[in-house]
Design a protein around this ligand. Structure first.
Ligand code: BGC
Length: 394
């Protein structure tokens, strides 16, 4: 649905005076935001590009074909991690529309497609693995608006009858809550806030459900951190036009925290949120304190099937021994819109080899798998391990 356009002129006849030509440029008023849980009653878009990655591994492991192909039947999110990725959205949505009307859907209702918006200027400000192409120095803020957000909004408007979910900028606002001591994050802070507010304002549409990233229990679980992030959300949402611009929040993106129990109780005894479901409950309370209420949550369960895999709660890169978690599903528990595989299982978090591209020291930690390629690249060894350790089993 197109953004409504009104001119500065009142409706004819309202003023009672003679009609005059508009003196001002048109004023854009936002369309009403999407409402309800987008996952409910929907079937899920299957990304052929993801299936192709799995197929490459099937060719290397023909004896395991039947087991590995089960993953191809499960949805993953599509990451918009570069300007070059933005024009692929139309193709994916056209494909989702075909899936919706085609026989493979078997009359299972609307198809929901999940994207991750991930191309902020100064991206991944507290680490190296996922630093992006846009920076303050290269005019990244304007490029984010003109080369990412506006073309994305146009493609969403052109697919007004489809259900679209967007997870907005993993890690970014959480870095502003706890990592302003890092120079790159301090410099990025105002740019992150403005760019995210703009993204929410422009992408909010009746067919687009927006979820702001909310890190995870092991990062923001403490009361003080929850209060900090809640205040940041309050301010950014006010700039974006109000709390109703977003459907909710997404947690555990590309992370490993368990839904219940898990490693945190052992590794972070002072954290009142030992797992993601407790975190969602407590974050809901912290949000209510700043007037943000009625929000839904997505929890990334792509890699949180197993606990006991970390020696430090802060280990985030290609954690060895991990397994696929709960399968993507709508409304698994009250207050949670979906469990979803946001991080495509098998995509690396970052490179472990110091001499190779995309190296991050965190990816060479004792908790991480060795031989890892740069972030986003296919990591066969990790994929096989996630499948082997899946819980529930595949
Ligand atoms: C990478 C992105 C990638 C995403 C999904 C991130 O860590 O930086 O390039 O698209 O993971 O695998």
């Amino acid at each position: 649905m197109a953004m409504g356009v009104v001119t500065a002129l009142g409706a004819p006849g309202c003023s009672g005076g003679p009609a005059v030509a508009p003196e001002h440029a048109p004023v854009f008023v936002p369309a009403p935001p999407a409402s309800g849980n987008p996952f409910e009653g929907a079937s899920f878009y299957l990304d052929p590009a993801y299936a192709a990655k799995v197929e490459a591994t099937v060719r290397e492991q023909p004896a395991r074909a039947a087991q590995l192909r089960k993953v191809e039947a499960l949805p993953t999110a599509l990451w918009l991690d570069s300007v070059a990725a933005v024009p692929t959205v139309s193709r994916a949505l056209d494909d989702a529309a075909r899936q919706e009307s085609g026989h493979e859907n078997g009359g299972k209702g609307p198809v929901v497609t999940v994207f991750v918006l991930y191309d902020l200027p100064e991206r991944d400000c507290s680490a190296q693995a996922s630093s992006g192409e846009l920076s303050i120095e290269n005019g990244g803020e304007a490029r984010y608006q003109h080369d990412v957000i506006e073309p994305l909004a146009a493609q969403f408007r052109a697919h007004a009858s489809q259900r679209i979910v967007v997870v907005v900028e993993p890690d970014s606002l959480a870095n502003l809550a706890t990592n302003l001591g890092v120079g790159k994050c301090a410099a990025a802070a105002p740019v992150y806030r403005r760019s995210i507010a703009l993204a929410l304002k422009r992408l909010s549409m009746p067919n687009v459900w927006l979820y702001l990233d909310a890190a995870h229990a092991g990062w923001l679980g403490w009361k003080r951190n929850r209060a900090k992030i809640a205040a940041i959300y309050r301010d950014v949402l006010a700039d974006a036009g109000g709390n109703d611009r977003i459907r909710g929040f997404a947690t555990n993106i590309s992370n490993y925290d368990a839904l219940r129990r898990g490693d945190l109780a052992r590794l972070e005894p002072s954290d009142p949120c030992p797992d993601e479901l407790t975190y969602v409950e407590k974050l809901t309370e912290s949000l209510a304190e700043v007037g943000i209420t009625g929000k839904g949550f997505i929890i990334d369960t792509s890699r949180n099937g197993r606990s006991g895999t970390k020696t430090k709660s802060g280990s985030w890169c290609n954690v060895a021994g991990s397994g696929l978690g709960e399968r993507p599903q709508a409304a698994p528990v009250p207050g949670v819109d979906a469990y979803w595989w946001i991080k495509p299982p098998g995509d690396s978090d970052g490179g472990s080899e110091p001499a190779a591209a995309g190296y991050d020291a965190s990816c060479a930690s004792p908790d991480s798998l060795t031989g890892a390629p740069r972030a986003g690249a296919w990591f066969t060894r990790q994929f096989l391990q996630l499948v082997d350790n899946a819980m529930p089993p595949l």
